[in-house]
Design a protein around this ligand. Sequence first.
Ligand code: RIB
Ligand code: CA
Length: 325
Amino acid sequence: MSKPLPLILDCDPGIDDFIAILMILAAPERFNLLGITVTGGNVSLNYTAQNALKACELVGRPDIKVYAGCPEPILRELQIEDEVYGETGLKGVDLPKPTMALQRSHAVDFLIDTLMTSPQKVTLATTAPLTNVAIALVREPRILDHIEEIVTMGGSMTLGNITPAAEYNFYADPEAAHILYTCGKKITTVGLDVTHQIVTSLEWFSRLDALDNPVAHTLATMLRAFYEYDMKKFGLAGGALHDPCVIGYLLNPALFNGKDVHIEIDTSFGIGRGRSIIDWWHKRGLPANSHVFSEVNVEGFFDLLTDLLARYGNRQHILTNEENT
Ligand code: RIB
Ligand code: CA
């Protein structure tokens, strides 16, 4: 068995980021989570930071280091998604107020300091607007030499989800996305083209219920409450699990299929704001700056996710409302 992968997660919990954290912490033999950095996004930074702490405490990991970062995009005004995620970002459940504290350093300082001093190259998973990562890249471009892979949830070859043209993470901070896709490193991109295939179902909820463990129960409660919105708005059979796809790829890349292409981010202020222009047929003849996925093994993904969550069934220290009062 190879050594655990040094990993940093940049996120904006929101429920799908929350699940991504639980996936990482369910597989300590696969991931050495160096830290979680948080930005404003789905909801404001104070909530996204608290939600990251709540995820760590839910699974008994108060040792995980969580760093608050940029509250706002580089240039644009933050557009939160509280209609989707609820005011707190975790609509549907009221988890105990976290007892663990945020780290004192700013997320961008943590990213730069950790990457520049890590003895091994670090994998960077991003599931949020890219403000923290972009600012770190501008401040210290040399961090790229210390990054094994950047895997980003964002973009879409077709329809957007926040506007007809754009996916939310790229829409929220188009300048940050532009900085990432022009940094010179090929970005592994997990866009709506695959995440909209990973949709919850009543059948899967019943699989979660059958796990009979507090973490799976909490998630099923959250997801049922959360995804009514997606089902009504997009006519989906359930809710799309966007950010968990990033961790699913890191755990089993064979579940995903795509190709190297060029992506340009629309940084205009018009209707195309934040659109990811993905040159799938190589029409522009530009060098690939991304590996973009178009296919995912849906059944294999849900088997992986369910197996990970089942691991929490034999954990002793799971904090729930009852135990924490
Ligand atoms: O468009 C989906 C992305 O936007 C996900 O990362 C979700 O958490 C929201 O941030
Ligand atoms: Ca997110």
